[in-house]
Design a protein around this ligand. Structure first.
Ligand SMILES: [Zn+2]
Length: 263
């Protein structure tokens, strides 16, 4: 029986996955499990075993701003005529406060200063309900993508000892970056623990440098485009989430959430 280590890196629109199989037989099973789980594999390289990588796109992804901006604009344009008539009247005007992480960005994109209080209130309620709808769609999409990886891992664990490694990102939300607040690391950990059998091990690794070092030569990775990174030493191009997934698979486990067992 042989061992397979899986590294999973999760970004907003996609997941990077790397499988490192100790021997050829296990590598062949990685191919089989991934093809029946719908995970499309990319390159294979030799890195402490046969390392095969994949990018799993979320079936639906849009940024919250792109999702909500046209709706807010449509709402405002319907009332634009009324605004002009309101101007002469003695109305209460105030600043809109959207209770979403991207509030500041949304306000500046829409160039919103002050609105009549009733309009502001309605708009705030609408944005909140669109936010719930967005979160529901995103969560569904994330679950589908993680589910594919979990399915491959579960199939693989029928004949191999499998250890899934994830970054330990506890506390990342404390950083005040809007898009990070959208992303839920605990959801990923819970899904992986819940959607794979007990025999699949789950470990957390240190997240530093996972997307800045080349997995092959440890050289620094330079950004070519948002998704593509280039190693300054060996020149290899990496999809950023694939490089991260390989580094996660290679990293030492810092905390074992569930010990792997043989099938
Ligand atoms: Zn390199």
């Amino acid at each position: 029986m042989s061992a397979v280590v899986t590294g999973v890196d999760s970004n907003l629109p996609c997941l990077g996955v790397a499988f490192i199989a100790g021997e050829v037989g296990a590598a062949a099973e990685v191919l089989k499990a991934c093809s029946s789980a719908g995970v499309e594999l990319g390159d294979s390289i030799y890195l402490r075993g046969i390392c095969t990588v994949a990018v799993v796109e979320l079936p639906w992804y849009r940024s919250f701003i792109d999702f909500v901006e046209p709706r807010v604009k449509a709402y405002l344009s319907r009332y634009l005529g009324d605004f002009k008539r309101f101007k002469g009247l003695d109305l209460e005007w105030r600043k809109v406060n959207f209770a979403v992480p991207e509030a500041g960005l949304l306000r500046s994109r829409l160039r919103l200063c002050r609105l009549p209080a009733t309009v502001a209130e309605d708009l705030e309620c609408l944005v909140l309900s669109w936010n719930r709808e967005y979160q529901r769609r995103y969560n569904w999409s994330f679950k589908v993508a993680v589910g594919k990886v979990c399915r491959a891992v579960s199939l693989l664990s029928r004949k191999n000892v499998v250890l899934v490694k994830l970054e330990n990102l506890r506390g990342i939300k404390r950083r005040n970056i809007a898009y990070l607040k959208r992303w839920s690391w605990t959801r990923l950990v819970k899904l992986v623990l819940g959607c794979t059998p007990e025999r699949v091990g789950v470990a957390l690794v240190d997240p530093s440098y996972t997307s800045s070092r080349c997995p092959i030569c440890r050289g620094w990775l330079k950004r070519k485009t948002y998704r593509v990174l280039v190693c300054v030493d060996c020149g290899k191009e990496w999809h950023r989430d694939v490089a991260a997934a390989v580094n996660i698979a290679l990293a030492e486990p810092r905390r074992m959430l569930r010990t792997p067992r043989s099938p």
